[in-house]
Design a protein around this ligand. Sequence first.
Ligand code: GTP
Length: 597
Amino acid sequence: MKHIRNFCIIAHIDHGKSTLADRLLDFTGTVTERQKQDQLLDSMDLERERGITIKSHAIQMEYVHQGETYVLNLIDTPGHVDFSYEVSRSIAACEGALLVVDAAQSIQAQTISNLYLALENDLQIIPVLNKVDLPSANPEEVTDDIVDLLGCDPEEVIPASAKTGIGIQEILEAIIDRVPAPKGNVDEPLQALIFDSVYNPFRGVETYFRVINGEIKKGQKIKFLATGKTYFADEVGTLKLTQFPKQSIKSGDVGYLITGIKDAREVKVGDTITDAANPTQNMIEGFENVKPMVFAGIYPVDTEDYEELRGAMEKLQLNDASLVFAPESSAALGFGFRCGFLGMLHLEIIQERLEREFDMTVITTVPNVSYQAYTKKNPEEIIVVNNPSDLPDPSKLDRVEEPFIKASIITKADYVGPVMSLCIEKRGVITNQTYLTPERVELHFDMPLAEIVFDFYDRLKTVSKGYASFDYSPVGLRASKLVKVDILINANSVDALSALVHADNAYDIGKKMVEKLRELIPRQQFDIPIQAAIGAKIISRETVKALRKDVTAKCYGGDISRKRKLLEKQKKGKKRMRQVGNVEIPQQAFMAVLKLN
Ligand code: GTP
């Protein structure tokens, strides 16, 4: 065990985490660049295209230090706030962390939030100043920033370039010297932490774990404590370029487990694996059932595809346990599903997977967070509102609570004004302001989650000209004055366009919604009135004027390629249209309310 080191890499997005991981694998001869490329061809397309780590994995390297061979387990952490619980469990599986800071960008919001997670778990921090090869690098200044943040010596900061290979050996040496070897007792009952799982269509769920005490053996009968279920460990092993099956994985080490589980929901990140015959009395701390944060309706474009959509959702859920769904119906859209997601990125991933892997064309309705409502009649009973139409009638409503978050934003002093204005517009209340350096400020706000899940990040980037980083964590529910704004198109209320908004903003939002919809709904043979209403009261109105001419008429029949392009474009647009009453509404319109500036 004294020759094992378990570590992760934490960094703000784009500071070079994946590039550094590749370098370490290269340097230790674990995986060459070429092999990695080939190997990755098989893994999720989406992940590669988006260039972000959606799912965390673990990989084992060997490194010879002073004549002795060490086993280094690199546990990867997802880089997006939607997956923050998985980050926390991966960190809990390690003893040390490389804190990677871009030498041009310095410390950013995720650097700090990840650092706190690592410190909470008592990880040894190795600061790495990455990208020192960049002409725009500021190594002295950024080293000072890191020293201030960590309270460490400047010599502890390792200058590196994951691109050119500077500092890679020093980093490996530091992992061995500074990260403590795992503690634990191989003679105690098995206690292993699940920090990740991956669905494999042929072999079932692959579970990644870190053994704290005891050992996990091939063929052993094991038990998952949170779910209470037992399985046989059909295969255990370690991960290098490919899986290396082994007879056992002992305390301190990291590995994978295959039990033939076919449903991702049975394997819960944060759960404890133990021996079924001789179970541990102690569940590893920190287990949580992850809860969806964002809800939206998903409907087939063609109503006849409902059953097919159900089948696709069920299959997706088998390999993505954080997706939840329940049937719902909408007067406007017919039968579909109310789905819960970890965040907006997760929603987009599911939508894309439905289209790519299952060839479904779907309409996604206005997403919302999960509210809790209470009626006057029964003020103690919680009514969970995952869909605006579930909000009780205003006359019966006692109060509504909405989820809040604590936001941390780091920006340049020059942009404090615009960032504050934006946060205040989003109902934020400032709770703290700290100058990290004379130019860089950290701001803390309490804000409603609903205000940040949609376009907040884009707006923040705009008002700060890109010089702001952002992170958040939930702080629970708080009372709020919310009303339901309904949209009527051609006098028909379209339930899928209803939104819950703060009463003070309702008029403004209603007005912007109808303006946006007027732009997005294509003109048809008749005038289409678009109205926003709160209850029976109309608060805003616009009209989509009737179409007078044939759309292709303006091409004068001359430029045939242009005409074809136009028709082509219309056809594409058609694909995601939904007929509501006698009006065709494009998919974009359902999401439009999220992007009202
Ligand atoms: P996510 O996985 O999206 O969180 O990003 P990341 O932190 O893993 O960053 P990634 O490794 O994808 O690197 C981001 C960009 O920085 C890429 O374009 C890399 O090529 C570049 N990069 C990484 N390390 C270095 C370095 O040492 N020097 C230079 N010049 N560029 C680097």
